[in-house]
Design a protein around this ligand. Structure first.
Ligand code: UD1
Ligand code: MG
Length: 498
């Protein structure tokens, strides 16, 4: 696909007023990348002589995003319209280039094949300009392709300048064009800022070329989604949805089951092996690589994670920049981050956080634990509630636990500390000194049983409660004589009987 007589100019100097943002428009993200990065990546395989991006608003930030991708930049300051932007790029265009492909930096869905077809068609027809157009259902906001009665292109008319008849036209200008450079420069030189924004519009070059009797072509994009531009937040969301749909389709094509795919977010560089299953509401981000036969259950987020084959990630688990070896199981509600590494068949359960730690083969840490800056040998069991106290307020200190160790529940390992192979640590210990191999480490107060203490305590409490009871009220005192009188009368009766 060598196009060494072509240069590519990407227009990315605009502010993006309609986004109402402090961030330059082309740096906004959709489909897991900045808009302009998508555009450059689509252009790279064309092997043009040069990719030149026109930058202006937040030029330094936009340049920083583009240079690693091999694009040159040309500075447009102030930004006086798309026609002016191409004029600014002129000084960066090598004299040997014959053609230019111009693209806006805010239409990121364009595909390499479509650009290659545009370049081929332009070369074949010998046109002065070839416009990539598209027919869309809602053309509001786009410039329209106005054609003569014989079907030839007459002009591009911007949305703000349309008359009632032209407003019904559904064929829009994608802002992606091929120009023959020799014919373009003279036209651009004659552009006038005759529009509401007082800018030089590249679109006006089309009518100017036609007036000179030049051949201007417009070819329809086969997939109208490819030309969608991002002028508003709603446009960004629509474009993002297309990217995400494309990526999910590619992953499913590779033999992966995705349940309720519309709820699953997958970044462009993610790979997933065959027969893996992804449940609803999962996010696979960054450079995540998932092997074959893995299951990622609902609500989990994986970013820059590497999963070997047959890994199970249970619901609502975060795996960030971490490595899960074959057959490992993590979650639910686990958090693995910053270089956590689980060797084969290791298991991490609910409410366990693992940071910068290596858990050897078959290690189990199933409940309520923090393992930070730790190395845990194969076959070790970490009891519920274990904490590596790795931070002393200044430094992060390491904890080293050997093979086949048993760490009792609720143990605090005050780092730096080592527990040797085969050792036991009693539950509830605060371990501040190394535990030798095969030893029992106990770091807790000794238990004392006091016989009868609880029963005596209960009696004491009952007495206190009785004393605190309120005294009987006066009304009950008045009733007392009546009871006495009944008793007296009974005594009288008895004495009479005698
Ligand atoms: C432009 C086209 C319109 C087309 C639409 C497709 C013009 C006048 N209009 O409109 O016909 O239907 O794209 O998406 O070209 N830019 C610069 N320097 C400037 C101005 C803009 O580099 O001085 C860049 C912007 O950063 C952007 C691109 O050019 O990436 C297009 O500009 P934008 O303002 O988005 O034009 P639209 O209104 O979308
Ligand atoms: Mg635009």
């Amino acid at each position: 696909m060598a196009n060494s007589d072509f240069v590519i100019v990407i227009l990315g100097a605009g502010k993006g007023t309609r986004l109402k943002s402090s961030l330059a428009k082309v740096l906004h993200r959709a489909g897991g990348r900045s808009l302009v990065e998508h555009v450059v990546r689509a252009c790279q395989p064309l092997k043009a002589r040069e990719i030149i991006a026109v930058v202006g608003h937040q030029a330094d930030d936009v340049t920083a995003a583009l240079v690693p991708l091999g694009a040159k930049t040309a500075l447009q300051k102030p930004q006086r319209g798309t026609g002016h932007a191409v004029l600014v790029a002129r000084r960066a265009i090598p004299s040997r280039a014959k053609y230019v492909i111009v693209l806006p930096g805010d239409a990121p869905l364009i595909r390499t094949d479509t650009l290659a077809a545009l370049a081929r068609s332009h070369r074949e027809t010998g046109a002065a300009a070839t416009i990539l157009s598209a027919e869309i259902d809602n053309p509001a906001g786009y410039g329209r392709i106005v054609r003569n009665d014989d079907g030839s292109v007459a002009a591009i008319v911007e949305d703000s300048a349309l008359n009632d008849d032209q407003r019904a036209i559904r064929e829009i200008n994608s802002s992606i064009y091929c120009f023959t450079l020799g014919k373009l420069w003279s036209c651009l030189g004659s552009l006038k800022p005759q529009n509401v924004h007082k800018e030089l519009y590249l679109t006006d070059a089309i009518a100017a070329l036609r007036q000179k009797g030049e051949n201007v072509q417009a070819i329809l994009a086969a997939d109208s989604d490819e030309v969608l531009g991002c002028n508003t937040r709603a446009d960004l969301a629509a474009v993002d949805a297309v990217f995400r749909r494309r990526k999910r389709a590619a992953i499913m094509d590779a033999g992966v089951t995705i349940e309720m795919p519309e709820t699953v977010l997958i970044d462009p560089e993610v790979t997933v092996g065959a027969d893996s299953r992804i449940e609803p509401c999962v996010q696979l981000l960054g450079k995540t690589r998932i092997g074959a036969g893995c299951t990622i259950r609902t609500g989990s987020v994986l970013s820059d994670a590497v999963l070997e084959d047959n890994v199970l990630v249970k619901p609502h688990t975060m795996v960030i920049a971490s490595h899960l070896s074959r057959g490992t199981q993590v979650g639910p509600f686990a958090h693995l981050r910053d270089g956590a590494r689980l060797e084969e068949n290791a298991r991490v359960g609910n409410f366990v956080e693992v940071k910068k730690s290596v858990l050897g083969e078959g290690v189990k840490s199933m409940h309520l634990t923090y393992l930070g800056d730790a190395r845990v040998g194969a076959g070790t069991n970490i009891g519920a509630g274990t904490i590596t106290c790795n931070y002393d307020g200044v430094h992060k200190n390491p904890t080293t636990i050997g093979k086949r160790v048993f760490i009792g529940s609720d143990t605090a390992l005050v780092a730096p500390v080592r527990v040797g192979d085969g050792a036991y640590v009693g539950a509830g210990s605060v371990i501040t000194e190394n535990v030798p191999a095969d030893a029992l480490g106990l770091g807790r107060g000794r238990q004392v049983n006091m016989p009868g203490w609880a029963a005596s305590r209960r009696r004491q409490m009952a007495a206190v409660a009785r004393a605190a009871k309120p005294r009987p009220r006066k009304k009950s005192k008045r009733r007392a004589p009546a009871r006495r009188s009944r008793t007296r009368s009974r005594r009288v009766k008895r004495s009479r009987k005698r």
